[in-house]
Ligand binder design. Sequence first.
Ligand SMILES: [Zn+2]
Length: 125
Amino acid sequence: MSVSRLSRPYAEGLVAGVLRYQRCAACGQAQRLARHACPACGSTDLRWHDCAGAGTVVAVTEVRRAPADAWRALVPYTLVLVDLDEGARLMGHGAAGLAIGQRVRGRVAEAAGHRVPHFSPIPPA
Ligand SMILES: [Zn+2]
């Protein structure tokens, strides 16, 4: 997995076992994806925060063809896009059977030797 200067704090969070997202220190907007500048106000003062992990599934797919040899033993596996309650969006692995609109909680898990976000359903209250 390649890590850029932009995504390094996120990758370091995975190693530390926490999911992180960016928030603009000037206007407070959570960044859906990691950026160098805030699309709302133009500030470059974007800071990384740990997230609580809860969110809502906005897309689901099942991977049937491994993107690399290291992932071959995992197929088929579920990938999800999740809108975190903090306002950011993360992609991660998901429990089988997840559906759009479902409430989930993320944690860091091991997959094919990588640390990745993994989302599991939050049971209805
Ligand atoms: Zn801003």
